[in-house]
Design a protein around this ligand. Sequence first.
Ligand SMILES: NC(=O)c1ccc[n+]([C@@H]2O[C@H](COP(=O)([O-])OP(=O)(O)OC[C@H]3O[C@@H](n4cnc5c(N)ncnc54)[C@H](O)[C@@H]3O)[C@@H](O)[C@H]2O)c1
Length: 346
Amino acid sequence: MKLLVTGGAGFIGSAVVRQAIGQGHEVVNLDALTYAACLDNVADVADAPGYVFVHGDIRDAALLETVFTEHAPDAVMHLAAESHVDRSIDGPGAFIDTNVVGTYTLLQAVRGYWERQGTPEAFRFHHISTDEVFGSLGATGQFTEDTPYDPRSPYSASKAASDHLVRAWWHTYGLPVVLSNCSNNYGPYHFPEKLVPVVILNALHGQPIPVYGAGENVRDWLFVEDHADALLTVVTKGQVGRSYNIGGENEARNIDLVRMICALMDEMVPEGAPHARLITFVTDRPGHDLRYAIDPARMRGELGWRPSVTLEEGLRRTVRWYLDHPDWWQALQGRAGVGQRLGVGA
Ligand SMILES: NC(=O)c1ccc[n+]([C@@H]2O[C@H](COP(=O)([O-])OP(=O)(O)OC[C@H]3O[C@@H](n4cnc5c(N)ncnc54)[C@H](O)[C@@H]3O)[C@@H](O)[C@H]2O)c1
């Protein structure tokens, strides 16, 4: 299958690209190379036959038309987005531009291409979204695919808007779409402004480890390689017009996650132990959703997919990877905003 992956130089997109090439697919990786991108993430496949990188923006309709005409993909996996909630609090405009207007521009280009091809039924537009569109849960319950949308941050609102556009292009124009809404990812190549790498790198450097509020917020953590595997399952086997919730079946409070990482650091870097002494509670994120949890029944029942990695094992692999790859994260630490507290609000 020839896949056009948008955002394939980012964290999750690059895992998809690496796995897709490994499975024998051809990949066209379209990425604007924003602050969050790193071409080193796909260095392992850069010379693989069937891999092409295109430096381009999903808001550039003329470029998209050229890319579709030239490469004629069988499916699009759309991951390009502004993805950091804290940045969306400080600067929501970029999130509307890329996540909403960009998705609209891409949908129009895909629709034009699909119609020129004679509307093939086998074509797929796979929109990759987040469980954050469903809002916040209390102490119990899980998000299903039928949970009403209730986004609370500029980021999740922009993703919700893009999900609605994708469904509208299916109902109105018949474009064969599938959607997936996923819980928090972690793993190798995670940009060093997100929680898990911040904890690892601050622990390594003996710096305070910031935990928002009281650390009570619960997330359902999914190892990125498992997510990439799930996405390739959805794009190849998912039912048209349907959405799939993808979770890790690994719920943890932020404070417990941070303590798990500190314990792994104690084991792997004993000279800094105990790293938990560095935990520092800081002002909470405005509008911080309390709990997300995914009901994985549809992925399991319809597509026979479930995560393969426990949180303990995934964190162990992740910590090891960061300790073994200082060149990767050192090169990113000078980028704008990295290492600073963002999204504190007015
Ligand atoms: N990280 C998570 O935990 C998580 C969870 C669920 C869903 N998602 C979704 O998965 C997708 C990928 O997330 P990620 O964490 O890998 O994000 P990321 O920020 O690491 O990567 C985003 C990529 O998109 C590219 N990009 C941004 N704007 C672009 C544009 N206008 N045109 C072309 N490329 C552009 C960037 O250069 C970058 O390479 C996003 O759609 C996100 O909403 C993420």
